[in-house]
Design a protein around this ligand. Structure first.
Ligand code: GDP
Length: 522
């Protein structure tokens, strides 16, 4: 198969959602599809009814902490599917955001009983910023949830994206009868079991469907459908691929209902790996030379195994185990001897990979987040990965002042690695750390102790709203403990506002001062 064909059959995506919306349930369904196809004729796969969790969890347990965003891959209908898992609530960290820099599309799951929740909103923002196409699955239709129109309106308003319902539910909860598949012009009937019945629109008049079509919920929905056809947005794949319209599917991951249709449509529409910007212009994914970038480094939390794994997104060419590449930052050669790919639950070694694939490579402490690896003589670097706005801030000091030197060294290295963000308090020069999630502090503390032998003291200053204050001269008297003035690594002034109220109050009082959301800096 040509390099071009290999690239074009790859579909690399992440699933984003708020905890409990059904990400795990849906992912397991998808793995089941993958496994069914992969397992045709293989006994091993048939025997194991369970995937997803067990083995992988064991590795995490050994590590004592779950820092993973694992990668699952499987062939499906002629495609090669790569799913990147984004960690849940308690493991939410900057890595979660960074994972989104390595995918070509995103599936957003929304719980129909709850609508848009905080974590979904945050992750969505990153997709939006990067123009990643977003496909929406509204889950739990087997329960009484919110009105479909209501949910669409919320998506449009809160997330500021056009919606196009690919299907439209008839009832919900106990009254759930199925969905109108607007894409394929058929009614998909729900019978409360795994079987889905497909009725082309023109067959709905037939006597055997009399009972269904005379149902009052069905009738009411037909009217809604007409309204949608007349007043709703038109479907445009181009708009979807530019991230400005999201196709919406209604279903239930648990029932399951609508999952397969959703996945088939999603996979056929989701983009294959695209060309990527670099310092030397755009690099095509079927460029014969291998290249990729590191988007995540996972330190082993088990002191007995100090090895680290760098997660690399392949952007061009063909990866082969044992190949030599150049690390663009240092311009030094490095051999990719041990490569791992995370296949569902097992950690297997891979021999080759193409643009769109994610590989885990052994990291002899050489890589940094954002590093570019290239085969051959070319020299370029992929665009720097954005920094994501931290939300939780803590003052950090060494418990033992005698350890100032190690403290500085550890701090510097971990910051450089992207484990956590560092700010300096204006004037006093004391250190303030910023993170997206609490987990980053646990990891930071642990690694400072274990790798640099420094016990650190962390004092929370709570959740803050950071804003870049775009001025050269600052009037310090405007800031105090409520709104703290700090400088980031590039010496920009950042104000850590205590809350939305404090931010608004400040803006009202100083309308001329330009305050920029760090999300918009990227
Ligand atoms: P995650 O936190 O997003 O990974 O969510 P899970 O997949 O673990 O699901 C959270 C809970 O919702 C579990 O109890 C699931 O059984 C349940 N759940 C998931 N999908 C559905 C669904 O379609 N219908 C119903 N009724 N429950 C669901």
């Amino acid at each position: 198969m040509s390099l071009y064909d290999e690239v074009n059959k790859r579909k690399t995506f992440a699933i984003i959602s708020h905890p409990d919306a059904g990400k795990t349930t849906l992912t397991e369904r998808l793995l089941l599809f993958g496994n069914l196809i992969r397992s045709a004729g293989t006994v091993k796969a048939k025997k194991s009814g369970k995937f997803a969790t067990s083995d992988w969890m064991e590795i995490e347990k050994q590590r004592g902490i779950s820092v993973t965003s694992s990668v699952m891959n499987f062939p499906y209908g002629g495609y090669q599917v790569n799913i990147l898992d984004t960690p849940g609530h308690e493991d939410f960290s900057e890595d979660t955001y960074r994972t989104l820099t390595a995918v070509d599309s995103v599936v957003m799951i929304i719980d129909a009983t709850k609508g848009i929740e905080a974590q979904t909103k945050k992750l969505f923002k990153v997709c939006r910023m990067r123009g990643i196409p977003i496909f929406t699955f509204i889950n739990k239709l087997d329960r009484e949830g919110r009105e479909p129109f209501d949910l669409l309106e919320e998506i449009e308003e809160v997330l500021d994206i056009e919606t196009y319902p690919m299907n439209w539910p008839v009832g919900m909860g106990k009254r759930f009868l199925g969905v109108f598949d607007r894409h394929k012009n058929q009614f998909v009937q729900y019978n409360g079991n795994e079987e889905e019945i497909y009725i082309p629109y023109e067959d709905l008049d037939k006597p055997e469907h009399q009972e269904l079509v005379s149902n009052s919920t069905f009738k009411a929905t037909e009217d809604e459908l007409e309204l949608l056809d007349e007043a709703g947005d038109n479907f445009s794949l181009e708009t979807v691929l530019s991230g400005k319209q999201t196709p919406v599917f209604f279903g239930s991951a648990l029932a399951p209902f609508g999952v397969e249709t959703f996945f088939d449509t999603f996979i056929s529409m989701a983009p294959a790996p695209k060309p990527r910007k670099s310092t030397e212009g755009v690099i095509q994914p079927d460029n014969p030379n291998f290249s990729g970038f590191v988007f995540k480094i996972q330190a082993n939390m088990n002191p007995a195994h100090r090895d680290r794994i760098a997660f690399l997104r392949v952007c061009s060419g063909k990866f082969e185990r044992g190949m030599s590449v150049n690390l663009a930052r240092t311009n030094k050669p490095i051999k990719l001897a041990q490569s791992q790919q995370f296949v569902a639950s097992s950690r297997g070694t891979i021999e080759e990979a193409y643009a769109g694939d994610i590989i885990g490579i052994y990291d002899p402490n050489a890589y940094r987040i954002g590093d570019t690896l290239i085969e051959g003589k070319e020299h370029f670097e992929y665009d720097e990965l954005p920094q994501f706005p931290p939300e939780l801030f803590k003052k950090v000091t060494a418990k033992n002042v005698m350890k100032a030197k190690q403290f500085k060294k550890g701090l510097e290295q971990l910051v450089q690695e992207g484990a956590i963000q560092l700010f300096k308090r204006h004037r006093t020069e004391s250190y303030i750390l910023g993170a997206v999630g609490e987990l980053q502090y646990d990891v930071f503390k642990y690694r400072m102790q274990n790798e640099y032998n420094v016990e650190v003291e962390l004092e929370s200053i709570g959740e803050r709203i950071p804003r870049w204050l775009k001025v050269d001269q600052v009037d310090e008297s405007l800031f105090d403990e409520r709104n703290i003035l700090v400088r980031d690594r590039e010496d920009n002034y950042i104000v850590l506002f205590r809350n939305e109220f404090a931010l608004r109050w400040f803006k009202d009082k100083h309308p001329k001062m330009e305050l920029i959301d760090l999300f918009e800096v990227n």
